[in-house]
Design a protein around this ligand. Structure first.
Ligand code: F3S
Length: 428
């Protein structure tokens, strides 16, 4: 890889041993990818946390978070002094909600290490957003901005909806980018790699959040890691719908970028979305495909008795929290079920101010932050049958936690939380 003078100086140790190790990692990574150079970034979104058990043990045994950063972000066994981050860096979701650790079955010692991690992030200057949806809490990159982000649902959102540019990075490359402000210039950073490959022609209207989840789930399976172009949309989507669509497409396939003709910023026309090329495949999406996607997301569900309802994947926006409050108005979560809703801390503050947290609590629900059931492996003890309004969570949670999962609308999920019974079904 070609390095400029600034990058060469970092590699030679001008900015200290940690920046040197970071640059060394980026050079090895870029070489392996076939990148010709690095690109500047002032927007990194990654994780330096230590909430996974082996990382926690490492932090405790190897005396501190610098050891964790050195070994697991910079790939060096030497404990380096990690300096403050060089560029704007935000932290993703983690493994637990420290405020609700007791409900999540997490002991005090683990919370202590979590708090240690929080102090560490603050010391390094990493913004503690603790969410998989940082674009909801103030990290909103703009069209053409080069970023270094992890988390598949966030990567696809900022690429497709905002027109920012990132590949799906990892803990190591984002850690190195935080200390250098550099990331390999390859993949979706390059204009020519952002062209749509598959054309998806809609034969039906895509109206609800659930419709968008099903479309995303179907399209992800069909195109895998390619770039779909959705054409034929009537009307406009909104944030919650696109958040849901991207998360689903990134989990059933490995989609990191898509276009919606007339909706997303790099797809004013079908030709622009395809960059004048012919699609490798044209796929029609109608009622039969929607039904098929619904059946596939619901493959694990058998029992209608629901003991846990989890909402907030990706983390809920304030609008979605408000919607749940309205759905729960005058009702209570059933005695044999639980309703947990996951969001970012900043959004929870808004919910506190609006009175939503209290309303949820009074209805027997809990608003949690920082994590989710799949990432933190946190569920009420003994939960066996779960209801979800997220195709992504329905894809992962049964595999991770061995539960049965129903996927439906938010209203159906709230109904299940109240009655303890799944009564959902696909409506036309
Ligand atoms: Fe976020 Fe967890 Fe879903 S981290 S995207 S809520 S799997």
């Amino acid at each position: 890889m070609r390095l400029n003078d600034d990058e060469r100086a970092m590699l030679d140790g001008r900015d200290g041993a940690a920046a040197q190790a970071a640059m060394d990692l980026l050079v090895r990574y870029g070489d392996a990818l076939g990148a010709e150079r690095l690109v500047d970034t002032n927007n990194v979104c990654g994780t330096v946390g230590a909430t996974m058990p082996f990382l926690r043990d490492y932090a405790l045994k190897e005396s501190g978070m610098d050891s964790v950063f050195s070994e697991f972000s910079l790939d060096t066994p030497n404990k380096l002094d990690i300096p403050k981050v060089k560029v704007f860096s935000t932290h993703l979701q983690q493994g637990l909600d420290p405020e609700n650790a007791h409900l999540q079955g997490i002991d005090e010692q683990v919370v202590k290490v979590y708090r240690m991690g929080e102090e560490y992030k603050a010391k390094l200057g990493i913004q503690p957003m603790n969410t998989c949806a940082p674009y909801l809490t103030g990290n909103v990159p703009v069209l053409g901005e080069h970023c270094a982000w992890m988390e598949s649902s966030a990567v696809i959102y900022i690429n497709a909806v905002l027109g920012a540019r990132t590949n799906a990075e990892g803990r190591e490359s984002t850690g190195a980018a935080m200390l250098t402000g550099k990331i390999p210039y390859w993949g979706l950073h390059l204009e020519e790699n952002r062209a749509g490959t598959h054309l998806i022609e809609l034969d039906i209207e895509i109206k609800t959040v659930q419709d968008w989840g099903l479309l995303g789930y179907y399209v992800g399976e069909a195109v895998q890691d390619q770039i779909p172009v959705i054409d034929g949309l009537r009307g406009a989507a909104n944030l919650a719908k696109l958040k849901h669509f991207g998360a689903a497409a990134a989990s059933s396939g490995g989609v990191e970028m898509y276009h919606i003709v007339g909706q997303t910023p790099e797809a004013r026309t079908r030709e622009e979305a395809l960059r004048g090329r012919k699609p490798v495949e044209v796929i029609r999406y109608g009622a039969a495909e929607r039904r098929l996607a619904y059946e596939r997301v619901n493959t694990t569900a058998r029992e209608s008795k629901v003991d846990f309802v989890m909402l907030g994947c990706p983390h809920y926006s304030i609008e979605q929290i408000w919607e749940v409050c309205e759905l729960l108005e005058g009702r209570k979560v059933g005695a044999n079920s639980a309703l947990w809703i996951f969001t970012a801390r900043a959004t929870r503050q808004l919910a506190d101010q609006a009175g939503y947290t209290e309303r949820l609590k009074n209805a027997g629900a809990v608003l949690m932050t920082d994590t989710c059931s799949a990432i933190g492996r946190v569920m009420p003890k003994g939960a066996r049958v779960v209801a979800l309004d997220s195709a992504k969570q329905a894809h992962y949670l049964p595999a991770i936690m061995g539960v049965e999962a129903w996927f439906g609308t938010t209203a159906e999920c709230v109904e299940a939380a109240v009655t303890g019974k799944w009564q959902g079904g696909l409506t036309a």
